[in-house]
Design a protein around this ligand. Structure first.
Ligand code: SRM
Ligand code: SF4
Length: 562
Protein backbone atom coordinates (compact mmCIF):
# COMPACT_ATOMS: atom_id res chain seq x y z
CA UNK A 1 0.00 0.00 0.00
CA UNK A 2 1.30 3.48 -0.88
CA UNK A 3 1.89 5.70 2.09
CA UNK A 4 0.11 9.00 1.65
CA UNK A 5 2.52 11.96 1.84
CA UNK A 6 1.91 15.65 2.13
CA UNK A 7 1.36 17.30 -1.31
CA UNK A 8 4.44 19.47 -0.72
CA UNK A 9 6.52 16.29 -0.87
CA UNK A 10 5.31 15.62 -4.42
CA UNK A 11 6.09 19.20 -5.43
CA UNK A 12 9.64 18.87 -4.10
CA UNK A 13 10.17 15.47 -5.75
CA UNK A 14 9.01 16.74 -9.13
CA UNK A 15 10.87 20.03 -8.92
CA UNK A 16 14.05 18.89 -10.75
CA UNK A 17 16.32 20.22 -8.04
CA UNK A 18 14.10 23.15 -7.04
CA UNK A 19 13.66 24.46 -10.60
CA UNK A 20 9.94 23.73 -10.93
CA UNK A 21 8.47 25.94 -13.63
CA UNK A 22 9.74 29.11 -11.98
CA UNK A 23 11.08 30.50 -15.26
CA UNK A 24 7.69 30.07 -16.95
CA UNK A 25 5.88 31.55 -13.94
CA UNK A 26 8.09 34.61 -14.09
CA UNK A 27 7.51 35.05 -17.80
CA UNK A 28 3.72 34.96 -17.41
CA UNK A 29 2.64 38.60 -17.60
CA UNK A 30 -1.08 37.94 -17.17
CA UNK A 31 -0.91 37.32 -13.42
CA UNK A 32 1.14 38.92 -10.69
CA UNK A 33 1.34 35.49 -9.04
CA UNK A 34 3.33 32.28 -9.60
CA UNK A 35 1.89 28.86 -10.48
CA UNK A 36 0.87 27.25 -7.14
CA UNK A 37 3.69 24.66 -7.11
CA UNK A 38 6.24 27.36 -7.92
CA UNK A 39 4.97 29.41 -4.98
CA UNK A 40 6.19 26.52 -2.78
CA UNK A 41 9.51 26.04 -4.61
CA UNK A 42 10.20 29.80 -4.54
CA UNK A 43 10.66 29.60 -0.75
CA UNK A 44 13.87 27.62 -1.14
CA UNK A 45 15.11 30.52 -3.29
CA UNK A 46 14.30 32.91 -0.46
CA UNK A 47 10.99 34.46 -1.45
CA UNK A 48 7.29 34.15 -0.64
CA UNK A 49 4.29 35.14 -2.65
CA UNK A 50 2.02 37.47 -0.66
CA UNK A 51 -0.89 39.79 -1.30
CA UNK A 52 -1.77 43.06 0.38
CA UNK A 53 -4.46 42.04 2.89
CA UNK A 54 -5.53 45.65 3.45
CA UNK A 55 -6.91 45.82 -0.12
CA UNK A 56 -8.10 42.21 -0.59
CA UNK A 57 -11.78 42.92 -0.21
CA UNK A 58 -11.76 46.08 -2.31
CA UNK A 59 -10.09 44.24 -5.19
CA UNK A 60 -12.46 41.30 -4.89
CA UNK A 61 -15.43 43.66 -5.31
CA UNK A 62 -13.77 45.02 -8.46
CA UNK A 63 -13.19 41.46 -9.78
CA UNK A 64 -9.44 42.02 -9.69
CA UNK A 65 -6.97 39.36 -8.62
CA UNK A 66 -5.39 40.02 -5.21
CA UNK A 67 -2.61 42.60 -5.22
CA UNK A 68 0.27 40.14 -5.43
CA UNK A 69 3.80 40.97 -4.51
CA UNK A 70 6.73 39.11 -2.99
CA UNK A 71 8.71 39.09 0.23
CA UNK A 72 12.37 38.19 -0.12
CA UNK A 73 14.51 37.10 2.81
CA UNK A 74 18.29 37.11 2.47
CA UNK A 75 20.76 34.61 3.92
CA UNK A 76 23.11 36.50 6.20
CA UNK A 77 24.78 34.14 8.69
CA UNK A 78 25.22 35.81 12.08
CA UNK A 79 23.59 38.96 10.67
CA UNK A 80 26.93 40.36 9.58
CA UNK A 81 27.45 42.55 6.52
CA UNK A 82 29.90 45.28 5.61
CA UNK A 83 28.94 48.96 5.41
CA UNK A 84 29.43 48.65 1.64
CA UNK A 85 26.92 45.79 1.53
CA UNK A 86 24.48 47.81 3.61
CA UNK A 87 24.58 50.53 0.96
CA UNK A 88 23.61 47.95 -1.66
CA UNK A 89 20.85 46.54 0.60
CA UNK A 90 19.49 50.06 1.06
CA UNK A 91 19.61 50.97 -2.62
CA UNK A 92 17.86 47.78 -3.72
CA UNK A 93 15.15 48.25 -1.06
CA UNK A 94 14.43 51.76 -2.28
CA UNK A 95 14.46 50.94 -5.97
CA UNK A 96 12.91 47.48 -6.18
CA UNK A 97 11.16 46.85 -2.83
CA UNK A 98 8.57 48.95 -1.02
CA UNK A 99 11.08 51.50 0.29
CA UNK A 100 11.69 49.79 3.60
CA UNK A 101 14.00 47.12 4.97
CA UNK A 102 12.74 44.73 7.64
CA UNK A 103 15.32 43.35 10.10
CA UNK A 104 14.16 39.93 11.27
CA UNK A 105 14.29 37.85 14.42
CA UNK A 106 16.80 35.61 12.63
CA UNK A 107 19.42 38.28 12.01
CA UNK A 108 18.72 38.96 8.40
CA UNK A 109 16.64 41.39 6.35
CA UNK A 110 13.52 41.12 4.25
CA UNK A 111 12.14 43.22 1.43
CA UNK A 112 8.38 43.41 1.05
CA UNK A 113 6.23 44.52 -1.88
CA UNK A 114 8.48 43.25 -4.68
CA UNK A 115 6.58 42.98 -7.96
CA UNK A 116 7.08 39.79 -9.97
CA UNK A 117 8.92 41.59 -12.73
CA UNK A 118 11.40 42.98 -10.21
CA UNK A 119 12.33 39.66 -8.59
CA UNK A 120 15.14 38.75 -10.96
CA UNK A 121 16.76 42.20 -11.04
CA UNK A 122 16.54 42.34 -7.25
CA UNK A 123 18.12 38.94 -6.69
CA UNK A 124 20.87 39.78 -9.18
CA UNK A 125 21.61 43.06 -7.45
CA UNK A 126 21.94 41.58 -3.95
CA UNK A 127 24.16 38.83 -5.34
CA UNK A 128 26.40 41.47 -6.91
CA UNK A 129 26.86 42.66 -3.33
CA UNK A 130 27.80 39.05 -2.37
CA UNK A 131 24.55 38.38 -0.53
CA UNK A 132 22.26 35.54 -1.59
CA UNK A 133 18.84 34.35 -0.51
CA UNK A 134 19.29 30.56 -0.87
CA UNK A 135 17.46 28.87 1.97
CA UNK A 136 16.08 32.17 3.28
CA UNK A 137 12.92 30.08 3.54
CA UNK A 138 11.92 26.51 2.48
CA UNK A 139 12.41 23.01 3.89
CA UNK A 140 16.15 23.31 4.44
CA UNK A 141 18.52 24.87 6.93
CA UNK A 142 17.67 28.56 7.35
CA UNK A 143 19.81 31.56 8.23
CA UNK A 144 22.25 30.49 10.94
CA UNK A 145 22.08 32.70 14.02
CA UNK A 146 25.22 33.70 15.84
CA UNK A 147 25.48 35.73 19.00
CA UNK A 148 26.46 39.26 17.92
CA UNK A 149 28.43 39.64 21.18
CA UNK A 150 30.92 42.26 20.06
CA UNK A 151 32.56 42.78 23.43
CA UNK A 152 34.47 39.53 23.00
CA UNK A 153 35.76 40.22 19.54
CA UNK A 154 38.30 37.40 19.16
CA UNK A 155 35.90 34.72 20.38
CA UNK A 156 33.06 36.21 18.36
CA UNK A 157 35.18 36.09 15.21
CA UNK A 158 35.94 32.38 15.75
CA UNK A 159 32.38 31.45 16.62
CA UNK A 160 31.00 33.51 13.76
CA UNK A 161 33.35 31.58 11.48
CA UNK A 162 31.62 28.36 12.59
CA UNK A 163 28.17 29.85 11.98
CA UNK A 164 29.24 30.68 8.41
CA UNK A 165 30.72 27.24 7.84
CA UNK A 166 27.55 25.51 9.08
CA UNK A 167 25.47 27.74 6.84
CA UNK A 168 27.65 27.01 3.78
CA UNK A 169 27.81 23.29 4.46
CA UNK A 170 24.04 22.97 4.77
CA UNK A 171 23.28 24.81 1.53
CA UNK A 172 21.55 22.71 -1.12
CA UNK A 173 23.86 21.62 -3.96
CA UNK A 174 21.37 22.36 -6.77
CA UNK A 175 22.48 25.04 -9.24
CA UNK A 176 18.83 26.09 -9.78
CA UNK A 177 19.32 29.42 -8.02
CA UNK A 178 22.31 30.40 -10.15
CA UNK A 179 20.60 29.21 -13.29
CA UNK A 180 17.29 31.01 -12.79
CA UNK A 181 18.36 34.25 -11.15
CA UNK A 182 21.98 34.77 -12.08
CA UNK A 183 21.89 33.46 -15.67
CA UNK A 184 24.28 30.67 -14.72
CA UNK A 185 24.96 27.74 -17.00
CA UNK A 186 21.83 25.63 -17.50
CA UNK A 187 21.93 22.13 -16.04
CA UNK A 188 19.25 19.55 -16.24
CA UNK A 189 18.97 18.92 -12.53
CA UNK A 190 20.11 15.71 -10.90
CA UNK A 191 22.96 17.30 -8.96
CA UNK A 192 24.19 15.31 -6.02
CA UNK A 193 22.03 16.52 -3.11
CA UNK A 194 23.96 14.27 -0.77
CA UNK A 195 22.71 15.93 2.40
CA UNK A 196 19.11 16.64 1.51
CA UNK A 197 18.15 14.12 -1.18
CA UNK A 198 15.57 15.10 -3.77
CA UNK A 199 12.78 15.73 -1.26
CA UNK A 200 14.88 17.98 0.97
CA UNK A 201 13.72 18.11 4.59
CA UNK A 202 10.17 17.44 5.82
CA UNK A 203 10.06 20.99 7.14
CA UNK A 204 12.09 24.13 7.84
CA UNK A 205 15.24 23.65 9.93
CA UNK A 206 16.89 26.28 12.14
CA UNK A 207 20.37 26.46 13.61
CA UNK A 208 21.89 28.88 16.11
CA UNK A 209 25.29 29.37 17.70
CA UNK A 210 25.35 31.01 21.14
CA UNK A 211 28.13 32.49 23.24
CA UNK A 212 27.23 32.37 26.96
CA UNK A 213 26.34 34.24 29.06
CA UNK A 214 24.24 35.98 26.37
CA UNK A 215 21.34 34.06 24.92
CA UNK A 216 20.55 36.70 22.32
CA UNK A 217 19.99 33.94 19.75
CA UNK A 218 17.43 32.09 21.90
CA UNK A 219 19.46 28.98 21.24
CA UNK A 220 16.99 26.57 22.89
CA UNK A 221 14.22 27.57 20.47
CA UNK A 222 16.18 26.26 17.46
CA UNK A 223 16.11 22.82 15.87
CA UNK A 224 19.87 22.69 16.38
CA UNK A 225 22.02 24.79 18.68
CA UNK A 226 25.72 25.05 19.38
CA UNK A 227 26.67 26.69 22.66
CA UNK A 228 30.28 27.88 22.61
CA UNK A 229 32.48 26.74 25.47
CA UNK A 230 35.50 29.00 25.82
CA UNK A 231 38.51 29.19 28.06
CA UNK A 232 39.33 32.89 28.06
CA UNK A 233 39.09 33.94 24.42
CA UNK A 234 39.84 30.44 23.18
CA UNK A 235 37.04 28.24 21.86
CA UNK A 236 37.38 24.68 23.17
CA UNK A 237 34.15 23.21 21.83
CA UNK A 238 30.38 23.35 21.89
CA UNK A 239 27.50 21.91 23.87
CA UNK A 240 25.08 20.67 21.23
CA UNK A 241 21.33 20.99 21.78
CA UNK A 242 18.50 19.89 19.47
CA UNK A 243 14.73 19.86 19.15
CA UNK A 244 13.68 23.41 19.98
CA UNK A 245 10.80 25.09 18.18
CA UNK A 246 8.06 27.62 18.78
CA UNK A 247 5.25 27.06 16.27
CA UNK A 248 1.93 25.75 17.56
CA UNK A 249 -1.66 25.64 16.35
CA UNK A 250 -4.26 27.21 18.63
CA UNK A 251 -6.12 24.64 20.76
CA UNK A 252 -4.35 21.66 19.16
CA UNK A 253 -2.66 19.75 22.00
CA UNK A 254 -0.63 17.67 19.54
CA UNK A 255 1.36 20.87 18.84
CA UNK A 256 3.50 22.66 21.42
CA UNK A 257 6.51 24.93 21.82
CA UNK A 258 9.58 23.07 22.97
CA UNK A 259 13.06 23.88 24.25
CA UNK A 260 15.98 21.97 22.80
CA UNK A 261 17.46 18.97 24.64
CA UNK A 262 21.14 18.62 25.51
CA UNK A 263 22.96 16.11 23.29
CA UNK A 264 26.44 16.61 24.74
CA UNK A 265 29.78 18.32 24.20
CA UNK A 266 31.85 18.13 21.00
CA UNK A 267 35.14 19.62 19.80
CA UNK A 268 35.09 22.35 17.16
CA UNK A 269 36.38 19.98 14.46
CA UNK A 270 33.28 17.78 14.94
CA UNK A 271 30.74 20.54 14.42
CA UNK A 272 30.11 20.03 10.72
CA UNK A 273 29.77 16.25 10.96
CA UNK A 274 27.33 16.59 13.87
CA UNK A 275 25.28 19.29 12.12
CA UNK A 276 25.01 17.15 9.01
CA UNK A 277 24.08 14.06 11.03
CA UNK A 278 21.29 15.92 12.85
CA UNK A 279 19.97 17.16 9.51
CA UNK A 280 20.04 13.74 7.82
CA UNK A 281 18.42 12.09 10.85
CA UNK A 282 15.58 14.59 10.56
CA UNK A 283 15.52 14.01 6.79
CA UNK A 284 15.03 10.27 7.28
CA UNK A 285 12.89 10.17 10.43
CA UNK A 286 10.85 13.40 10.17
CA UNK A 287 7.10 13.28 9.48
CA UNK A 288 6.39 13.73 5.76
CA UNK A 289 2.64 13.36 6.07
CA UNK A 290 1.62 16.11 8.47
CA UNK A 291 3.55 19.38 8.12
CA UNK A 292 2.08 20.44 11.44
CA UNK A 293 4.06 17.65 13.12
CA UNK A 294 7.13 17.62 10.90
CA UNK A 295 9.64 19.74 12.84
CA UNK A 296 12.59 18.06 14.54
CA UNK A 297 11.04 18.63 17.99
CA UNK A 298 8.28 16.13 17.16
CA UNK A 299 10.75 13.71 15.56
CA UNK A 300 12.79 13.63 18.77
CA UNK A 301 9.71 13.17 20.94
CA UNK A 302 8.55 10.32 18.72
CA UNK A 303 11.95 8.58 18.51
CA UNK A 304 13.01 9.25 22.09
CA UNK A 305 16.12 11.24 22.86
CA UNK A 306 18.39 8.22 23.33
CA UNK A 307 17.60 6.75 19.91
CA UNK A 308 17.98 10.15 18.33
CA UNK A 309 21.41 10.66 19.91
CA UNK A 310 22.44 7.16 18.84
CA UNK A 311 21.50 7.96 15.22
CA UNK A 312 23.46 11.20 15.27
CA UNK A 313 26.50 9.50 16.77
CA UNK A 314 26.36 6.68 14.25
CA UNK A 315 25.98 8.99 11.26
CA UNK A 316 28.62 11.49 12.38
CA UNK A 317 31.11 9.06 13.85
CA UNK A 318 31.34 11.45 16.81
CA UNK A 319 30.67 10.42 20.40
CA UNK A 320 29.14 13.10 22.55
CA UNK A 321 30.94 13.82 25.80
CA UNK A 322 29.00 15.15 28.82
CA UNK A 323 27.79 18.72 28.31
CA UNK A 324 29.88 21.40 30.03
CA UNK A 325 28.20 23.62 32.63
CA UNK A 326 26.74 26.75 31.07
CA UNK A 327 24.96 29.80 32.48
CA UNK A 328 22.91 32.24 30.48
CA UNK A 329 22.18 35.52 32.20
CA UNK A 330 20.73 37.73 29.48
CA UNK A 331 18.71 37.87 26.31
CA UNK A 332 18.32 40.82 23.96
CA UNK A 333 20.72 43.68 23.29
CA UNK A 334 22.62 46.33 25.26
CA UNK A 335 22.22 49.74 23.64
CA UNK A 336 24.52 52.68 23.02
CA UNK A 337 28.30 52.82 22.69
CA UNK A 338 30.66 50.24 24.17
CA UNK A 339 34.29 49.37 23.67
CA UNK A 340 35.30 46.18 21.93
CA UNK A 341 38.13 44.04 23.28
CA UNK A 342 40.23 44.93 20.20
CA UNK A 343 40.11 48.65 21.03
CA UNK A 344 37.43 49.57 18.49
CA UNK A 345 33.92 50.72 19.40
CA UNK A 346 30.44 49.56 18.57
CA UNK A 347 27.08 51.25 18.72
CA UNK A 348 23.88 49.26 19.24
CA UNK A 349 20.83 51.01 17.81
CA UNK A 350 17.24 50.27 18.76
CA UNK A 351 15.16 49.70 15.61
CA UNK A 352 11.56 49.36 16.74
CA UNK A 353 10.30 45.98 15.45
CA UNK A 354 13.15 45.95 12.96
CA UNK A 355 11.38 48.26 10.51
CA UNK A 356 13.94 50.46 8.76
CA UNK A 357 11.96 53.16 6.96
CA UNK A 358 11.88 56.91 6.53
CA UNK A 359 8.84 58.29 8.32
CA UNK A 360 7.84 61.80 9.38
CA UNK A 361 9.26 61.57 12.89
CA UNK A 362 12.51 59.76 12.04
CA UNK A 363 14.47 58.94 8.90
CA UNK A 364 15.97 55.62 9.92
CA UNK A 365 16.68 54.42 6.40
CA UNK A 366 18.43 57.64 5.35
CA UNK A 367 20.30 57.77 8.66
CA UNK A 368 21.70 54.26 8.26
CA UNK A 369 22.62 55.01 4.64
CA UNK A 370 24.58 58.07 5.73
CA UNK A 371 26.31 56.09 8.47
CA UNK A 372 27.21 53.39 5.93
CA UNK A 373 28.73 56.08 3.68
CA UNK A 374 31.24 57.09 6.36
CA UNK A 375 31.65 53.79 8.24
CA UNK A 376 34.32 51.29 7.26
CA UNK A 377 33.46 48.42 9.63
CA UNK A 378 30.51 46.07 9.91
CA UNK A 379 26.76 46.24 10.36
CA UNK A 380 25.37 43.41 12.53
CA UNK A 381 21.69 42.60 12.71
CA UNK A 382 20.70 41.15 16.07
CA UNK A 383 18.13 38.38 16.76
CA UNK A 384 16.00 41.04 18.47
CA UNK A 385 15.67 42.98 15.18
CA UNK A 386 18.17 45.67 16.19
CA UNK A 387 21.37 46.84 14.51
CA UNK A 388 24.97 47.13 15.69
CA UNK A 389 27.45 49.43 13.97
CA UNK A 390 30.64 47.52 14.77
CA UNK A 391 34.35 48.14 14.29
CA UNK A 392 34.25 51.93 14.73
CA UNK A 393 37.51 53.86 15.29
CA UNK A 394 37.41 56.13 18.33
CA UNK A 395 37.96 59.09 15.97
CA UNK A 396 34.72 58.33 14.05
CA UNK A 397 32.44 58.01 17.07
CA UNK A 398 31.25 61.60 17.11
CA UNK A 399 30.39 61.68 13.40
CA UNK A 400 28.40 58.44 13.67
CA UNK A 401 26.61 59.54 16.85
CA UNK A 402 25.67 62.84 15.20
CA UNK A 403 24.19 61.12 12.16
CA UNK A 404 22.36 58.62 14.33
CA UNK A 405 20.87 61.33 16.52
CA UNK A 406 19.89 63.57 13.59
CA UNK A 407 17.91 60.73 12.02
CA UNK A 408 16.11 59.48 15.13
CA UNK A 409 18.29 56.40 15.53
CA UNK A 410 19.59 57.49 18.93
CA UNK A 411 16.89 58.65 21.26
CA UNK A 412 16.80 58.61 25.02
CA UNK A 413 13.09 57.87 24.96
CA UNK A 414 12.46 54.08 24.86
CA UNK A 415 11.69 52.44 28.20
CA UNK A 416 13.72 49.37 29.29
CA UNK A 417 10.71 47.23 28.44
CA UNK A 418 10.33 48.68 24.93
CA UNK A 419 14.05 48.06 24.33
CA UNK A 420 13.69 44.37 25.22
CA UNK A 421 10.44 43.73 23.38
CA UNK A 422 9.70 42.64 19.84
CA UNK A 423 6.76 41.97 17.53
CA UNK A 424 6.46 39.99 14.32
CA UNK A 425 5.48 41.45 10.93
CA UNK A 426 1.84 40.21 10.78
CA UNK A 427 -0.56 42.47 8.83
CA UNK A 428 -0.79 43.53 6.06
CA UNK A 429 1.73 41.21 4.38
CA UNK A 430 1.69 37.99 6.40
CA UNK A 431 -0.95 35.55 5.12
CA UNK A 432 -1.03 33.75 8.47
CA UNK A 433 -1.78 36.79 10.64
CA UNK A 434 -4.96 36.63 12.74
CA UNK A 435 -4.20 39.90 14.54
CA UNK A 436 -1.82 42.84 14.21
CA UNK A 437 1.87 42.62 15.12
CA UNK A 438 4.40 45.38 14.44
CA UNK A 439 1.81 47.99 13.37
CA UNK A 440 0.03 47.84 16.72
CA UNK A 441 2.85 46.96 19.10
CA UNK A 442 4.33 50.47 19.63
CA UNK A 443 0.96 51.81 20.82
CA UNK A 444 0.47 48.78 23.06
CA UNK A 445 3.87 49.36 24.66
CA UNK A 446 2.88 53.04 25.19
CA UNK A 447 -0.01 51.78 27.31
CA UNK A 448 2.22 49.26 29.14
CA UNK A 449 4.81 51.98 29.85
CA UNK A 450 2.13 54.25 31.24
CA UNK A 451 0.83 51.49 33.48
CA UNK A 452 4.34 50.56 34.65
CA UNK A 453 4.93 54.24 35.56
CA UNK A 454 1.72 54.35 37.57
CA UNK A 455 2.78 51.25 39.50
CA UNK A 456 6.36 52.51 39.97
CA UNK A 457 8.02 49.64 38.06
CA UNK A 458 9.01 51.60 34.97
CA UNK A 459 12.76 50.96 35.44
CA UNK A 460 12.23 47.19 35.32
CA UNK A 461 12.86 45.64 31.87
CA UNK A 462 10.19 43.08 30.94
CA UNK A 463 10.54 40.99 27.78
CA UNK A 464 7.20 41.34 25.96
CA UNK A 465 6.72 39.65 22.62
CA UNK A 466 3.73 39.88 20.31
CA UNK A 467 2.85 37.75 17.32
CA UNK A 468 -0.14 37.96 15.02
CA UNK A 469 -0.67 34.18 15.14
CA UNK A 470 0.55 31.10 17.04
CA UNK A 471 3.45 30.38 14.65
CA UNK A 472 5.67 32.22 17.09
CA UNK A 473 7.92 34.28 14.80
CA UNK A 474 8.88 36.68 17.62
CA UNK A 475 9.42 33.69 19.98
CA UNK A 476 6.60 34.74 22.36
CA UNK A 477 6.61 31.38 24.16
CA UNK A 478 9.88 32.19 25.90
CA UNK A 479 8.91 35.79 26.75
CA UNK A 480 8.04 37.06 30.20
CA UNK A 481 4.80 38.31 28.64
CA UNK A 482 3.74 36.70 25.37
CA UNK A 483 0.83 37.97 23.31
CA UNK A 484 -0.31 35.62 20.59
CA UNK A 485 -2.90 36.73 18.02
CA UNK A 486 -6.22 34.89 18.16
CA UNK A 487 -8.46 37.11 16.01
CA UNK A 488 -8.76 40.79 15.06
CA UNK A 489 -7.79 42.80 18.17
CA UNK A 490 -7.60 39.65 20.34
CA UNK A 491 -4.65 37.84 21.87
CA UNK A 492 -3.85 34.93 24.14
CA UNK A 493 -1.79 36.10 27.10
CA UNK A 494 1.15 33.99 28.29
CA UNK A 495 3.35 34.75 31.28
CA UNK A 496 6.24 33.21 33.17
CA UNK A 497 9.15 33.01 30.73
CA UNK A 498 12.43 33.72 32.54
CA UNK A 499 13.75 36.55 30.36
CA UNK A 500 16.76 34.48 29.25
CA UNK A 501 15.03 32.00 26.98
CA UNK A 502 15.23 28.91 29.19
CA UNK A 503 11.66 28.57 30.42
CA UNK A 504 8.47 28.22 28.38
CA UNK A 505 5.78 30.74 29.28
CA UNK A 506 2.34 29.48 30.40
CA UNK A 507 -0.96 30.29 28.79
CA UNK A 508 -2.65 32.52 31.37
CA UNK A 509 -5.77 33.94 29.70
CA UNK A 510 -7.30 33.29 26.30
CA UNK A 511 -8.68 35.58 23.62
CA UNK A 512 -8.46 38.96 25.40
CA UNK A 513 -9.18 42.31 23.77
CA UNK A 514 -6.98 45.34 24.47
CA UNK A 515 -8.91 46.53 27.54
CA UNK A 516 -8.94 43.01 29.02
CA UNK A 517 -5.23 42.59 28.33
CA UNK A 518 -4.32 45.85 29.99
CA UNK A 519 -6.56 45.14 32.98
CA UNK A 520 -5.08 41.69 33.47
CA UNK A 521 -1.49 42.84 33.05
CA UNK A 522 -2.28 45.83 35.30
CA UNK A 523 -3.35 43.47 38.10
CA UNK A 524 -0.14 41.45 37.68
CA UNK A 525 1.95 44.65 37.73
CA UNK A 526 0.16 45.68 40.91
CA UNK A 527 1.21 42.45 42.63
CA UNK A 528 4.73 42.64 41.22
CA UNK A 529 5.12 46.21 42.51
CA UNK A 530 3.92 45.15 45.98
CA UNK A 531 5.51 41.71 46.35
CA UNK A 532 8.46 41.64 43.90
CA UNK A 533 11.84 43.33 43.97
CA UNK A 534 14.07 45.03 41.37
CA UNK A 535 16.44 42.01 41.50
CA UNK A 536 13.64 39.65 40.53
CA UNK A 537 12.46 39.59 36.94
CA UNK A 538 8.73 39.86 36.32
CA UNK A 539 8.62 36.38 34.73
CA UNK A 540 10.39 34.81 37.73
CA UNK A 541 8.03 36.64 40.07
CA UNK A 542 4.93 35.21 38.40
CA UNK A 543 6.34 31.72 38.98
CA UNK A 544 7.58 32.32 42.53
CA UNK A 545 4.27 33.90 43.54
CA UNK A 546 2.49 30.80 42.21
CA UNK A 547 0.52 32.79 39.62
CA UNK A 548 1.66 30.22 37.04
CA UNK A 549 3.44 26.89 37.46
CA UNK A 550 6.43 26.19 35.21
CA UNK A 551 5.65 23.68 32.49
CA UNK A 552 8.21 20.87 32.62
CA UNK A 553 6.82 18.98 29.68
CA UNK A 554 5.13 21.32 27.18
CA UNK A 555 3.83 18.29 25.28
CA UNK A 556 1.38 18.03 28.15
CA UNK A 557 -0.82 20.86 29.28
CA UNK A 558 0.46 23.76 27.18
CA UNK A 559 -2.99 24.63 25.82
CA UNK A 560 -4.69 24.72 29.20
CA UNK A 561 -4.75 28.15 30.88
CA UNK A 562 -2.69 27.92 34.09
FE1 SRM B 1 8.28 33.02 10.83
C1 SRM B 1 6.05 31.70 8.70
C2 SRM B 1 7.95 35.99 9.34
C3 SRM B 1 11.02 34.05 12.44
C4 SRM B 1 7.97 30.40 13.02
N1 SRM B 1 7.21 33.70 9.24
C5 SRM B 1 6.36 32.97 8.46
C6 SRM B 1 5.87 33.74 7.25
C7 SRM B 1 6.76 33.44 6.09
C8 SRM B 1 4.39 33.57 6.88
C9 SRM B 1 4.04 32.50 5.87
O1 SRM B 1 4.09 31.31 6.22
O2 SRM B 1 3.71 32.86 4.74
C10 SRM B 1 6.07 35.19 7.81
C11 SRM B 1 6.30 36.28 6.75
C12 SRM B 1 5.70 37.59 7.23
C13 SRM B 1 6.07 38.75 6.39
O3 SRM B 1 5.18 39.33 5.75
O4 SRM B 1 7.24 39.13 6.37
C14 SRM B 1 7.15 34.96 8.84
N2 SRM B 1 9.33 34.66 10.78
C15 SRM B 1 9.00 35.83 10.19
C16 SRM B 1 9.92 36.96 10.59
C17 SRM B 1 10.17 37.98 9.49
C18 SRM B 1 9.33 37.64 11.84
C19 SRM B 1 9.93 38.95 12.25
O5 SRM B 1 9.13 39.80 12.60
O6 SRM B 1 11.16 39.11 12.28
C20 SRM B 1 11.15 36.15 11.02
C21 SRM B 1 12.10 35.87 9.90
C22 SRM B 1 13.23 35.02 10.33
C23 SRM B 1 14.31 34.83 9.31
O7 SRM B 1 14.96 35.81 8.97
O8 SRM B 1 14.53 33.68 8.89
C24 SRM B 1 10.48 34.85 11.45
N3 SRM B 1 9.34 32.30 12.38
C25 SRM B 1 10.38 32.94 12.97
C26 SRM B 1 10.69 32.33 14.23
C27 SRM B 1 11.76 32.80 15.21
C28 SRM B 1 13.06 32.10 14.99
O9 SRM B 1 13.23 31.33 14.05
O10 SRM B 1 13.96 32.34 15.79
C29 SRM B 1 9.79 31.28 14.39
C30 SRM B 1 9.67 30.38 15.63
C31 SRM B 1 10.75 29.38 15.74
C32 SRM B 1 10.38 28.14 15.02
O11 SRM B 1 10.53 28.09 13.80
O12 SRM B 1 9.92 27.20 15.67
C33 SRM B 1 8.96 31.27 13.22
N4 SRM B 1 7.19 31.28 10.81
C34 SRM B 1 7.15 30.36 11.83
C35 SRM B 1 6.18 29.35 11.51
C36 SRM B 1 5.80 28.15 12.41
C37 SRM B 1 6.70 27.00 12.21
C38 SRM B 1 6.23 25.79 12.94
O13 SRM B 1 7.07 24.95 13.28
O14 SRM B 1 5.04 25.61 13.16
C39 SRM B 1 5.62 29.71 10.26
C40 SRM B 1 4.53 28.98 9.47
C41 SRM B 1 5.03 27.74 8.82
O15 SRM B 1 6.22 27.44 8.76
O16 SRM B 1 4.16 27.01 8.34
C42 SRM B 1 6.27 30.93 9.86
FE1 SF4 C 1 2.93 35.99 10.41
FE2 SF4 C 1 2.24 34.57 12.50
FE3 SF4 C 1 4.80 34.84 11.89
FE4 SF4 C 1 3.49 36.88 12.84
S1 SF4 C 1 3.84 34.95 13.93
S2 SF4 C 1 4.84 36.92 11.03
S3 SF4 C 1 1.47 36.60 12.01
S4 SF4 C 1 3.32 33.80 10.67
Amino acid sequence: MDIEVNPNEIIKTNSRGLRGTLKESLADEVSGALAPADAQISKFHGFYEQDDRDVRRERQVQFLEPYYSFMLRARLPGGVCSAQQWLAIDEVGRELGNGSIRLTTRQTFQYHGILKKNLKPLIKRINQAMIDSIGGCGDINRNVLCNPNPEQSALHQTVYGWARRISEHLLPRTRAYHEIWLDGEIQSGGEDESIYGNTYLPRKFKTAVAVPPHNDVDVYTNDLGFIAIAEGDELVGFNVVAGGGMGVTHDDPSTYPRLADELGFVSPEDVIAVAEAVVTTQRDFGNRVSRRHARLKYTIDRMGLDDFVAQVEMRSGVRFRPSRPVTFTSQGDRFGWAADADGSWYLTLFIENGRVVDAEQSQLMSGLRKIAQVHTGEFRITPSQNLIIAGVDAADKVAISTLAREHGLLTDGPSPTRLESIACVALPTCPQAMAEGERYFPAFIDAIDEMARRKGIERQPIVIRMTGCPNGCARPYVAEIGLVGKGPGRYNLLIGGDGVGMRIARLYRKNLNEAELLNTIGELFERYAAEGSPEERFGDFTVRAGIVQPLHNPAEGFHEPA
